[in-house]
Design a binder for this molecule. Structure first.
Ligand code: C5P
Length: 223
């Protein structure tokens, strides 16, 4: 983590977790705080990059010196990413994106029913933003995905990461373990970075800011 080595580069980072509305007061969401993505934005800005941060329901404030675009749902995130990505030399997709959204959003609060003790929700698939971005990129740019998984052992995590990086078509995938107590909301993180061939290119453990710097070191070393 050094100097202004990213001066002249444009970096787009997504962070946080999308929320998919069920009705005006409820949503399906996830426990991503946005801390790791915000740390990547902060590290890139400190190193001189021009940074756009697309924040989905961030629980932390955006760092000074980055342009923040706020979104709520996956479809809003997609629109924002598509608008900002072409200008970016590096795209880091750290946001936890909902794979599904409610097939219908009720216009008024869904009422509790007295005739049934169960309620079924029908969900519809969301677009895979990272996959679309990787496969349709118009220019030479680096695209980094994240994968937060609950696999307990390293081999299983790595195997899952290899399949995912191939499916998504991104240049690098940052793998980390999440669970009831790990990953989300924590100020620390442990990650493994693999490249598009599925080879392990490095790992990092420590504060989310130090992990962010290490990720930038690893991906720009490929340039
Ligand atoms: O498939 P999975 O959700 O584990 O993939 C995680 C990566 O893909 C993250 O980089 C996330 O931002 C991205 N993603 C996406 N669109 C989705 C789901 C995930 O861009 N619908």
């Amino acid at each position: 983590a050094s100097s202004r080595d990213l001066a002249g580069r444009t970096v787009l980072v997504t962070a946080g977790g999308t929320r998919e509305p069920l009705d005006p007061v409820r949503f399906i969401g996830n426990r991503s705080s946005g801390k790791q993505g915000v740390a990547v934005a902060s590290a890139a800005a400190a190193r001189g990059a021009s940074v756009v941060l697309i924040g989905a329901n961030l629980e932390v404030s955006a760092p000074a010196g980055v342009r923040l675009v706020e979104v709520g749902t996956t479809l809003e995130l997609q629109t924002a990413v598509e608008a900002e990505a072409t200008a970016a030399d590096l795209v880091v997709m750290a946001a936890a994106v909902a794979d599904y959204r409610p097939a219908e959003t009720a216009q008024s609060k869904i009422k509790k029913r007295s005739d049934s003790s169960t309620l079924e929700l029908r969900l519809e698939e969301n677009p895979d933003i990272l996959r679309g971005l990787s496969h349709n990129r118009s220019r030479d740019q680096l695209i980094v995905g994240f994968a937060a998984e609950t696999e307990p052992d390293d081999d299983a995590l790595l195997q899952l990461g290899r399949a995912k990086v191939a499916r998504k078509g991104c240049d690098f995938l940052v793998l980390n373990r999440v669970g009831w107590t790990e990953g989300f909301a924590s100020d620390r993180n442990t990650v493994v970075v693999i490249d598009k061939a599925g080879d392990r290119v490095g790992e990092a453990s420590g504060s989310k800011l130090s992990v962010a710097h290490r990720i930038l070191d690893l991906v720009f070393a490929a340039r």
